[in-house]
Design a protein around this ligand. Structure first.
Ligand SMILES: Nc1ncnc2c1ncn2[C@@H]1O[C@H](COP(=O)(O)OP(=O)(O)OP(=O)(O)O)[C@@H](O)[C@H]1O
Length: 254
């Protein structure tokens, strides 16, 4: 199976500090790939390289098997790669529809085409079976953390995206809201998207992911099928870069 998104041998430094070392990573359509790693392991940097925010120093990015060059978030968006960041970047004083179309408003002549934006927002939310939102004309400031996360995810899939990368979507949520968001994450993959889930929470990772990629000190320690590993093995990969036969050989000097 060809990965929808593949990273081959990416290096990335910030000045003298090398943050990513020859990183390989794949995400498949219809699957959730969890990207795990300790604080500072390089998860955000890898995602920002994929999303065109940081230029890479070496390596390749492949989309659907063909090499692509992503120099900006716009390039990533055109390929169908959307990233939902932890801070969500939603505007509190705007309603759900306005947020979902922010910066990409539909127009009818010189006027905003409110009807068609409303219709598409509604269709996207119901397509994701999101029923927790009372009205799509509700201001985002009145939504709960889980609902905000849902809106941010719906916003990302509104644009015919094919790869959706979620940065810690459940970090700030309670138990019930976490379950709702994880359900949504699973549904995204079930609709055929390649979903990348950055998470520190092993329960979340094991609840929804098909594969797990573990970064250790900027190196990809292992990318494995979730069904083939235990919680303990993944924790070991995160904390030491190896677990039994899995992971980086001979350890790694930072
Ligand atoms: N713009 C930057 N300039 C210099 N160093 C950076 C920059 N961004 C990240 N780093 C360094 O790169 C390393 C990896 O950081 P990164 O944020 O990618 O890790 P992470 O795995 O996402 O961590 P966390 O889970 O804490 O968000 C860290 O040592 C960090 O200090």
């Amino acid at each position: 199976m060809t990965p929808l998104l593949e990273v081959r041998g990416i290096d990335k430094s910030f000045g003298p500090v090398k943050v990513l070392h020859n990183v390989e990573f794949s995400a498949y359509a219809g699957e959730v790939t969890a990207l795990v790693g300790d604080n500072g392991a390089g998860k955000s940097t890898l995602v920002k390289c994929i999303g065109g925010i940081y230029p890479i120093d070496a390596g390749q990015l492949l989309f659907d098997g063909a090499e692509v060059h992503v120099h900006s978030p716009r390039d990533a968006g055109e390929l169908g790669i959307e990233i939902v960041y932890q801070d969500l970047a939603l505007c509190d004083n705007l309603d759900i529809v306005q947020n979902m179309f922010l910066g990409r408003e539909r127009k009818n002549g010189i006027l905003l085409d409110e009807d068609s934006m409303e219709e598409l927002a509604e269709k996207t939310l119901s397509g994701l079976s999101v029923r927790t939102v009372k009205s799509i004309r509700q201001q985002v400031s009145s939504l709960s953390g889980g609902q905000r996360q849902t809106v941010a995810i719906a916003k990302a899939v509104l644009w015919n995206s094919k790869v959706v990368i979620l940065d810690e979507p459940t970090a700030a949520l309670g138990v019930a809201q976490t379950a709702q968001v994880l359900e949504l994450v699973r549904r995204l993959a079930d609709t055929g998207l390649a979903v990348v889930l950055i998470s520190h929470n092993m329960n979340d990772v094991f609840a929804v992911s098909d594969r797990i990629a573990a970064l250790y000190l900027g190196r990809m320690a292992a990318q494995v099928k979730t069904a083939d590993v235990t919680h303990a093995q993944v924790v070991e990969l995160i904390t030491s870069g190896r677990s039994g036969e899995l992971g980086l050989k001979n350890g790694v000097t930072p």
